[in-house]
Design a protein around this ligand. Structure first.
Ligand SMILES: [Zn+2]
Length: 421
């Protein structure tokens, strides 16, 4: 089974056996590497300037990352749906990737959360049986791994998946668990699962999913989530179900402040006992709620591309990510629905880092925020942070010291090239 990643070709072309601490000019002549103090300084400058845009994009692809907000259903790539459709004889609006894309992925015509959710009408065709769900899950983990996402929490709605073809919920779960197990054997990405309550389906449905999540806690389900049409269905009515889930030992995350306002964030934290907030884009609309998110250390699972596509914010310029980060709120970068948005996680890292001029130190902070916010035991998170920290440092060294930036323009100060793109 293929274990490589999309950047492996790039690495093999780029990484030369240069001794750490020594950089090469274009002529190949050794020159003094930046001293420790310089490196500390370089790490505080905008990453796009110290690395150049192209190197920065590749660096962000190579570093270990975590994705805490990634829908399994929204991870389906057109090729996977086509493969399942051909095997099962399913009717699709098109059988080639280009033709199917507008039905599965967001286009310029799609402006709202409801336009976005409409894609799931086509996606729903994929969940024909246990085997298809296993394949979808396996492919989703494989895609995450190819972008060096080393830890992912996949969320899914077992009721939505089962309802498409009248499957048993146990079979949906079996497909997902087998897909994760197989993928973990082939790829070095750890996976946990989050079960979704569909907010438009009522409290009885919520209680049913809450109970199911409890039953699967020993099989990798770590949390309960409230998702779907936030605009029409606020979180309040679900307080009791979520409190019960929390008492049973599940973690809680709630989609809030995306299509709804800051009040939904407040209710999710105070009444549903949310440990994290999905998106929280509109938290700033109420300064008191924003303060509360900061003081309680509630991480926000932000998904920049999705947040623009669903209309939670107008554009990258208006995205409150930097505002929250500067205030000290624990912001994390995630994909939401990489298949629907046609992105990988490092695309969103790049967009944010480039747009706001974030530094390498900031990049490391975003990764570590993700680890801190992960629904994992503390000792595991501590080990992950140590491992990731070393890997990120080694990659920084590769790009800044032994890498190409200094070789591109030998007149520059080592490691501080002009913007390469
Ligand atoms: Zn979501």
């Amino acid at each position: 089974m293929e274990v490589g990643n999309i950047h492996s070709q790039f690495i093999s072309k780029k990484a030369s056996p240069v001794k750490p601490g020594v950089s090469l000019k274009a002529s190949g002549e050794a020159q003094e590497a930046p001293q420790h103090k310089d490196l500390v300084d370089i790490r505080q400058k905008p990453a796009r300037e110290v690395m150049g845009k192209e190197d920065l994009r590749n660096f962000l692809g190579e570093i270990p990352k975590v994705d805490l907000h990634r829908h399994l259903e929204g991870s389906i790539e057109p090729k996977t749906l086509i493969s399942i459709a051909k095997r099962k004889g399913l009717e699709l609006p098109a059988y080639d990737e280009k033709g199917l894309k507008p039905y599965l992925q967001v286009t310029d015509q799609d402006k709202t959360l409801l336009d976005f959710l409409k894609k799931f009408d086509t996606i729903g065709k994929a969940f024909t049986d246990k085997d298809a769900i296993e394949e979808i899950t396996y492919e989703a983990v494989k895609d995450a791994n190819a972008d060096n996402v080393k830890y992912a929490e996949f969320r899914f709605s077992p009721v939505y998946m089962a309802s498409q073809y009248g499957l048993k919920e146990e079979d949906v779960m079996k497909g997902i668990l087998d897909g994760v197990k197989k993928a973990k054997e082939d790829f070095d990405t750890d996976v946990k699962l989050i079960m979704i309550v569909e907010r438009q389906m009522g409290v009885d449905h919520a209680a049913h999913v809450g109970k199911m999540a409890e039953q699967y806690m020993d099989k990798g389900v770590v949390a309960l989530d409230l998702a779907n049409d936030e605009f029409h269905f606020p979180p309040g009515p679900y307080a009791e179900v979520f409190q019960k889930a929390k008492d049973a030992g599940l973690n809680i995350t709630v989609h809030a402040g995306e299509a709804g306002g800051a009040d939904n964030v407040k209710v999710s934290i105070n009444d549903l006992k949310a440990d994290r907030i999905g998106h929280g884009v509109r938290t700033f609309e109420d300064p008191e709620v924003e303060k509360d998110v900061l003081n309680k250390g509630i991480p926000l699972e932000m998904c920049p591309t999705s947040n623009i596509q669903t209309g939670a914010t107008k554009s990258l310029e208006t995205h409150p990510f930097k505002r929250y980060y500067d205030k000290g709120i624990k912001v994390t970068i995630n994909t939401d629905d990489p298949g629907v948005s046609d992105i990988v996680l490092s695309d969103d890292y790049y967009k944010i880092v480039d747009q706001f001029g974030f530094s390498l130190q900031d990049v490391e902070n975003f990764v570590m925020n993700g680890v801190d916010a992960a629904f994992l035991p503390q000792d595991e998170k501590k080990a992950m942070k140590e491992k990731y920290g070393k890997e990120i440092a080694a990659l920084e060294e590769k790009y800044l010291v032994a890498g190409t930036p200094a070789t591109k323009t030998s007149s520059n100060k080592p490691g501080i090239p002009s913007d390469g793109a």
